[in-house]
Design a binder for this molecule. Structure first.
Ligand code: AKG
Length: 303
């Protein structure tokens, strides 16, 4: 099986030229030790306290990436500028009562933790990310979306193969994912899988509002994903995986006894056009903010 190379960033967020080359070639970049162990723990604690403070009776919306059934839900569609809670499949009975404790039942929190939770805000707008983004060629990155994906033991569901550009479409394509392993991610607990280089074959579909309803639309002439090179990314806690918005990725259900917490951020370019028929729309009174000022890496040590 193909092995994806691992890189490191220095204290400023600077990476070696070989890492920049790997990003361009593969459409993804794995940076180990990007997040210190105590910061991973702070983020885990902040996520757990969001869940503890959430009244599960407020939302009986079942989240399922396999069927996109959630798409019809107003709760999902208006979550772009809020902190909302989405559940694993099958955890409610027909009357909307949770059958298991909410701590096990929540699939993810989204989609504006980065602007509304102080711990996630401080982490998301850290200068090292702006430095890294600049080296990867991102132009005026704005923080659009954040999610905490729990993958709780035995129940954490699959995230089906997709390109982030289908959901967060811009012209030209500019979405970039920053995925942080807050806990070790393994084959057993549902690590990411990727198709290195497959971003070069373009966007396959769009998830957009058509006649008032969110739907997935195949793009004309788009090839199927070629999954012959599908590669698991087993990574230690603290690893950052950066994903080009056209890079197909997936994660399996968690059948193990260990959770797999990950925090994920998506940026778009301020210079790109963001269509009105994308699912995620923010209120005009709550504009997107820039990742921040960049620093020059020209004097950085080789990592
Ligand atoms: O964490 C996962 O399992 C999937 C994350 C993902 O698809 C994303 O961040 O775009």
């Amino acid at each position: 099986m193909l092995e994806v190379a691992r890189y490191h960033a220095d204290a400023k967020g600077c990476i070696a030229p070989e890492a920049v080359d790997a990003w361009a070639r593969d459409g993804l970049l794995v940076i180990e030790d990007f997040v210190a162990a105590d910061i991973c723990q702070d983020l885990i604690n902040a996520a757990d306290s969001q869940v503890a403070n959430f009244d599960a009776r407020e939302a009986a919306t079942v989240f399922s990436t396999a069927t996109h059934e959630h798409a019809a839900s107003e709760y999902f569609e208006t979550s772009g500028d809020k902190i909302r809670f989405f559940f694993e499949e099958g955890v409610f009975d027909t009357s909307g009562t949770l059958q298991i404790p909410k701590e096990q039942a929540i699939n993810k929190i989204g989609h504006a933790l980065h602007d509304l939770d102080p711990t996630f805000q401080a982490f998301s707008y850290q200068p090292r990310l702006a430095v890294l983004a600049h080296q990867l060629g991102l132009v005026d990155p704005l923080l659009l979306q954040s999610m905490l994906i729990f993958k709780q033991p035995s129940i954490g569901g699959e995230v089906s193969w997709h390109q982030d550009g289908s959901f967060l479409y811009t012209v030209p394509q500019s979405v970039t994912g920053f995925w942080f392993a807050l806990e070790e991610a393994t084959l057993e607990n549902g690590c990411l899988w990727v198709l290195p280089g497959e971003h070069a074959r373009g966007l396959r579909s769009r998830f957009r509002r058509i006649d008032g309803r969110l739907q997935t639309e195949a793009l004309p002439g788009a090839p199927d994903f070629d999954d012959t090179a599908k590669t698991p990314l087993e990574v230690p806690a603290g690893t950052l995986v950066v994903l080009n918005g056209l890079l197909p990725h997936y994660s399996a259900p968690n059948h193990s006894q260990k959770s797999r917490y990950a925090y994920t951020l998506h940026t778009i370019s301020a210079t790109a056009q963001y269509p009105k028929d994308n699912w995620l729309q923010r209120n005009d009174s709550f504009p997107l903010r820039s990742l921040g000022a960049r620093t020059d890496c020209s004097n950085a040590n080789q990592i």
